[in-house]
Design a protein around this ligand. Structure first.
Ligand SMILES: [Zn+2]
Length: 119
């Protein structure tokens, strides 16, 4: 739910959403903060078909941007590794979205002068 949509909810509804989030939120053990990338690449052999349009791949990577324009990449080779990489990135994203939802609910409760810690 966006901030705008949350603003239209009653304080009771906000509190119910928050209680539900707090009940269901848990740290996903497999979470990885990265982007999951699928790439088709050209190789260095000048006469290879990949230079005529049919590139090699797909190759699967995790990549993570770091400060100062640094980047970490991890090539995923085995199918199980690729699947796990995809799931781990999704798990991290879902956790982030839940946290952000909690943050917006608290923002809205604070704006209304409503206590953030209850029960
Ligand atoms: Zn090639």
């Amino acid at each position: 739910m966006s901030k705008k949509e949350l603003q239209r909810l009653s304080t009771l509804a906000l509190r119910q959403r928050k209680a539900h989030l707090l009940r269901t939120l848990s740290l996903p053990p497999e979470a990885i903060h990265a982007s999951f990338l699928e790439r088709f690449l050209q190789c260095g052999r000048p006469n290879c078909h990949c230079h005529q349009g049919e590139k090699h791949g797909p190759f699967f990577y995790l990549s993570r941007c770091l400060p100062k324009r640094q980047m970490r990449t991890l090539l995923l080779k085995e199918p199980a590794q690729i699947l796990q990489g995809r799931r781990s990135v999704e798990a991290y994203q879902e956790l982030l979205e839940s946290l952000d939802q909690l943050s917006w609910i608290n923002w809205e409760l604070l704006r209304r002068g409503s206590p953030l810690q209850t029960q």
